[in-house]
Design a protein around this ligand. Structure first.
Ligand code: PMP
Length: 441
């Protein structure tokens, strides 16, 4: 594997070495890991990525999820280019694609009666929790341990609250998480106890969940989990927020809400909502709750919750989202990507059985998990133990990620794969032949 990187990826090494002098850590964003060094990508097309040395890879990273139609999708690019030709990427005033995007989201996700476009999933989560607090007049928001909701102070991965799981919390002031509580995945009894505890101290504004389970289903939840969380929210007068940054459109045009048949009060969208174009994020939901984001121009100044920024709802990302969602509906992309995910999962399971490996393979449609550490992190109740276990797991993931790359497959950190509409049976079977070579090592 190291030999592959040394001999075949010289141009990647050269430019990423140079980057170390001007970019902290040498990379800005790399979900595929950096071992032994990052690959620098030159070209993306459909199911494939090509690096600066001309090596081509099957791309199961899919940029972390947004490119459900396949990378660099021509029909959307062409229509976006028309919009840019006419208005440029930004004007700062209202334009029709803001409305068209909100309308098409509502068509496929009817519970999103109103929608506000923002700059990223992180921003949209910030808006959702702020809106929930403003609407309910309550402070506390409950998240689930290990769930990722972006990198804002109050929602970052692990909280700096004694006794809970800590991760990536450097630089966050202790007080920032004072109104955030964490419940452990699967433990609905604990969630209920937190809701009871909060009721005595002013109540819970919202419970926010990733509907497939923390970290895009790396810790999967039972099928009726969301319905039970919905019931608890209703019992305690808390809003239910679905973070559908990954699942929105990917699990179907109706997102996880449609997939599980559970209706949240607020939904956070990201990634696919801009079809792979930048500024992917927004919050939507019940009209009465969304009214808190009113502009203040409608005479309801009291309800005005401050969100948004210079590039929010720009024509580029709104038009790209609108065209992408139209294309996803026309082509049936979520179903095709899901079938590719099923085929990949079945094939990987056969290989795992063939070699008797201690790996766990499963998928939720086009989200495919290949847990190579033999430890499925279902239980977040023992933070210290898990932190210790996580170190060798991370190392193993790095090495697996590099081994897959050396055999022409890019994954998300060696453990997760997103399939897209571009992943035909031929692409999946080619990938499986490559996995076979890795597992045979
Ligand atoms: N929520 C979830 C479930 C995510 O997976 C992510 C990004 N991976 C985010 C929020 C944050 O979105 P963004 O990276 O666009 O800020």
């Amino acid at each position: 594997v190291l030999n592959y990187f040394e001999t075949k990826c010289r141009a990647s090494k050269e430019i990423t070495d140079r980057a170390k002098t001007r970019i902290p850590g040498g990379v800005q964003h790399n979900l595929a890991f950096n071992y032994p060094f990052p690959l620098a990508i030159e070209k993306a097309e459909g199911a494939y990525l090509t690096d600066r040395d001309g090596n081509t890879y099957i791309d199961f990273l899919q940029a972390g999820g947004p490119t459900l139609l396949g990378s660099n999708y021509g029909p959307v690019n062409e229509r976006v280019a028309e919009v840019i030709k006419r208005s440029g990427p930004v004007t700062g005033l209202f334009h029709e694609y803001e409305l068209k995007l909100a309308e098409i989201i509502n068509r496929y996700m009817p519970h999103i009666e109103m929608y506000r476009a923002l700059g990223s999933g992180t921003e949209a989560v910030m808006a959702a929790v702020r809106g929930a607090r403003a609407f309910t007049g309550k402070n506390v928001v409950i998240k689930v341990g290990g769930a990722y909701h972006g990198w804002s102070d109050t929602m970052v991965y692990g909280l700096r609250v004694p006794g809970t799981f800590r991760m990536n919390a450097k630089g966050i002031p202790f007080g920032a998480t004072g109104s955030t509580r964490e419940a452990f995945p699967h433990d609905l009894g604990l969630l209920k106890r937190k809701l009871i505890e909060n009721r005595l101290r002013g109540g819970t504004a919202a419970v926010i969940v990733e509907p497939v389970g923390p970290e895009s289903g790396t810790r999967p939840v039972p099928k009726d989990y969301n319905a039970k969380v919905r019931e608890l929210c209703d019992e305690f007068g808390a809003l239910l927020i679905f973070d559908e940054v990954v699942t929105g459109f990917r699990l179907g045009l109706g997102g996880a809400a449609g997939y599980f048949g559970v209706t949240p009060d607020l939904t956070v969208l990201g990634k696919a909502v801009s079809g792979g174009y930048p500024m992917a994020g927004g919050v939507g939901g019940r009209a009465d709750v969304m009214a808190v984001f009113g502009s203040g121009l409608d005479g309801k100044n009291g309800a005005h919750v401050q969100v948004g920024g210079t590039l929010s709802a720009n024509p580029l990302s709104c038009a790209a989202g609108y065209f992408a969602i139209e294309e996803m509906a026309r082509t049936n992309a979520p179903v095709l990507a899901g079938r590719a995910g099923d085929r990949l999962t079945r094939g990987l399971q056969r290989l795992v059985d063939k070699y008797g490996l201690p790996y766990v393979v499963y998928n939720q449609g086009s989200i495919v998990h290949l847990e190579c550490s033999g430890v499925l992190l279902l239980d977040m109740r023992h933070p210290v133990k898990l932190l210790k276990e996580n170190k060798p797991r991370k190392r193993l993931m790095e090495q697996m990620s590099a081994a897959y790359a050396a055999h022409g497959i890019i994954t998300l950190a060696g453990a997760r794969m997103y399939t897209s509409m571009a992943d035909t049976d031929e692409v999946i079977d080619d990938a499986l032949a490559r996995f076979d070579q890795v597992f045979a090592l």
